[in-house]
Write a protein of this length. Structure first.
Ligand code: PRX
Length: 708
């Protein structure tokens, strides 16, 4: 038994006890070739973005945009933590992403779409063509749907060109888009429709995934029904077609409610719509993200600050030039895709690749073939994808003729061995790597190396971004000494232009979630009193590099995507036999973390442990998670337990279940109300003679459930 896992109700693991995942690594230097062409080579950049020059340093990013009315003040902090950026300025997002590039880049590809079926040739869409399509779609949204600035529209679209066209058409009118990840279920989409108050849903008939043309229209029907049940009526459902002019879904269209976008567009052919100048503080989009409660929160991003921040970070950190072909393999349905597939690359007039399908379809060499064929020179993906591609085809990248100058990893901590494979095999030792740490709430990167200036260190995200001043607090809310190497709660001391404005419709939750814990004086008007709490554990090494250790709250990071344990538990509780549910994160070789589900059943239910009906309950629990959230929330295991381990006050001890699921020792359980059930559950999961792991325990696992 290791004492590291001895985390019962009374003895919390101290920072010192928590082993960090991996040891400090050697540095890797960027190549001279990279440095010579890099956008950012000023060794004084961090000083220029230092506190002495805050907030004016961010004018540099705002200058990358075209403003129809110049701003008069960089930052207004009069109502913390509701910061205002570039006050008084007006601009339009679609104008900045498209119109202003036409004079110079009219016939350069803005996007290259690669469908999953490999026999279909890639489709390049020029800036001119994008301009035409976005204008036509904007005319349709305005004239057919009656949408205007400030209205919200929910999009539930997969990875095709229709998605950025729709997003940009919304922004042309000042309509706030709320794109729900295409892999989320209809029910998830419906609750987001309701929360955002959308009257229009934009979806599609079908898309390709792992060789199958998946019916997506069915989700639109479920979404509308769910929203109706929650009290939000949807007037119109616009359906794109994967193959224009052909309906590829078996689900019928609903007369008077559902319309084919491609049919409607005929009426708007060649229509032009003046981009509406929007206030810098006007919301640009909502992006829902999981938190510690069951209800996902709509992160509301502003127009001016957000666009400035993604332009600046895309230029300096992604090193995007207009001549680059850039491929971010994330989904546009996540914040990474919004910032670094659509807005960032387009603001810089680059060519951005959109791939429809799964990276390993039809085989593990697919990404490298795409990269070679399109001449991709900047590549961006997650540790989960790196691990999966490495496991299935460690030698494959070598066999392909692609050459990257730059690669990104994002979404989860990347272990040094996966980092090295990425560097040696995918990047062929030619490419720099940036490990970028940030969150849906943040708009853009918060920690990363500046690729031509800072050495890379595998497993560490790197220093803070220019203009970002982090602080790490220990469990007693004391600031840790800079570079101490001790783990604590990662916070950012200052506002920055990319930070979300608020949680849609819930200012109080915004304050409570991110600012309450570390704000010493809620009356203070000084931004220095309002550190932003990220919810991540981190440590800063003596060289100033941050290593992110994982979530410290009830959020599970599955393949770089956030799922709230409470959300999954609520889904499980919809199965009538389930009395109680507890969800815990389990370490997974490929996906980082996956959820395990423990359920106890109502007295008298068929399906008690060991009975024939239990398999049926397990199946229905899995189905509930998939239906209510999406396949991404599919539990690794569902265990039906005789009772939940509980404190005397009746709280479920999730940390005990987490230890069991991760093959760890459970520690002292004598203080529990029903300690004996723990051994029963342990045997059920680990087997009779389980040997507790003596490996270092990642911080998020060690601390999981500690705050219950
Ligand atoms: O735990 C951190 C992890 O992903 C969380 C944010 O998830 P989400 O809002 O879905 O955004 C993902 C993409 C921006 C963070 O709280 N995370 C993100 N990037 C890294 C990371 N963990 C370690 N290293 C990273 N580079």
């Amino acid at each position: 038994m290791t004492d590291k896992s001895n985390v019962d109700e009374h003895t919390e693991a101290s920072e010192a006890q928590i082993a960090v995942h991996w040891k400090e690594e050697q540095y890797f230097q960027p190549s001279q070739t990279f440095i010579e062409q890099a956008n950012m080579t000023d060794p004084d950049i961090r000083q220029k973005f230092g506190e002495a020059n805050f907030p004016d340093c961010f004018k540099d990013y705002a200058d990358m945009l075209t403003w129809s009315t110049p701003y008069t003040k960089v930052l207004d902090t009069s109502k913390p933590p509701f910061w205002k950026w570039f006050v008084g300025g007006k601009l339009n997002a679609s104008y900045n992403c498209i119109d202003r590039h036409l004079a110079q880049y009219r016939n350069k590809a803005a996007f290259i779409f690669v469908g999953e079926p490999e026999q279909d040739p890639p489709v390049a869409m020029t800036y001119q063509e994008l301009y035409v399509r976005v204008n036509e779609m904007a005319a349709l949204l305005r004239d057919f749907c009656g949408l205007k600035a400030g209205d919200r529209v929910t999009l539930h679209l997969p990875m095709t060109l229709d998605l950025p066209i729709t997003m940009l058409a919304c922004t042309r009118l000042g309509v706030i888009h709320s794109q729900v990840f295409g892999g989320f279920s209809g029910q998830s989409c419906g609750s987001r429709i309701q929360d955002s108050g959308s009257h229009v849903l934009i979806s599609t008939d079908a898309y390709w995934r792992s060789g199958k043309l998946i019916d997506h229209k069915v989700n639109a029907d479920i979404a509308v029904q769910t929203a109706e049940k929650l009290g939000q009526h949807v007037d119109k459902v616009l359906i794109w077609q994967r193959y224009p002019g052909k309906y590829s879904s078996p689900t019928p269209m609903v007369e008077g409610r559902d319309f084919f976008v491609n049919e409607l567009l005929q009426k708007y052919a060649g229509k032009q719509v003046e981009p509406v100048p929007m206030d810098a503080e006007a919301p640009l989009f909502l992006m829902y993200s999981s938190g510690t409660t069951g209800q996902p929160k709509g992160c509301q991003h502003r127009t001016g600050g957000y666009l400035a921040y993604v332009a600046g970070t895309s230029k300096y950190i992604q090193d995007i030039h207009p001549t680059d072909t850039y491929w971010c393999m994330a989904d546009i349905g996540w914040i990474t895709g919004h910032s670094y597939i659509v807005y960032g690359p387009l603001l810089l007039a680059a060519t951005s690749v959109i791939y429809e399908g799964v990276p390993t379809y039809p085989d593990v060499r697919r990404p490298w073939r795409i990269a070679e064929r399109l001449g991709v020179n900047i590549f961006h993906t997650s540790p989960t994808a790196v691990r999966a591609l490495r496991r299935a085809g460690p030698e494959e990248p070598r066999k392909c003729g692609h050459h990257f100058k730059h690669m990104t990893t994002v979404g989860e901590p990347i272990e040094p061995s996966a980092w090295r494979w990425y560097y040696d095999e995918v990047g062929k030792r030619e490419a720099v790597i940036v490990d970028t740490w940030w969150q849906t709430e943040n708009g853009g990167f918060l920690c990363s190396t500046i690729p031509a200036l800072d050495a890379m260190k595998p497993g560490s995200a790197g220093p803070a971004m220019p203009g970002i001043y982090p602080v790490i607090f220990d469990d007693n809310d004391e600031e840790l000494v800079k570079g101490s190497g001790q783990a604590g709660n990662m916070c950012i001391r200052n506002p920055w232009p990319g930070i979300m404005q608020t949680i849609w419709g819930d200012d109080q939750r915004f304050v409570d979630t991110y600012y309450k814990r570390y704000c010493k004086d809620p009356q203070s008007k000084d931004w220095r009193d309002w550190p932003y709490m990220s919810g991540d554990g981190a440590m800063q090494a003596a060289d100033g590099y941050y290593r992110i250790l994982g979530r410290l709250d009830d959020v599970i990071n599955v393949s770089g995507h956030r799922l709230g344990t409470k959300e999954i538990e609520s889904a499980c509780l919809t199965v009538p036999e389930v009395a109680e549910a507890a969800v815990v994160p389990v370490m997974d070789e490929i996906r980082g973390r996956v959820p395990d589900v423990y359920v106890s059943l109502n007295a008298g239910s068929t399906g008690m442990p060991g009975s024939g009906a239990s398999a049926d309950v397990v199946d229905r629990v899995i189905k509930a998670c998939e239906d209510m959230i999406g396949k991404i929330a599919r539990p690794r295991q569902v265990y039906i337990v005789p009772d939940m381990p509980k404190t005397r006050s009746g709280k479920i001890m999730r940390r005990v279940l987490g230890a069991i699921s991760n093959g760890l020792a459970v520690g002292d359980v004598t203080t529990l109300a029903n300690g004996t059930v723990v051994e029963e559950i342990r045997v059920m999961v680990q087997g009779k003679h389980a040997v507790a792991s003596t490996d270092a325990i990642p911080e998020d696992i060690a601390k999981f459930g500690q705050h219950d």
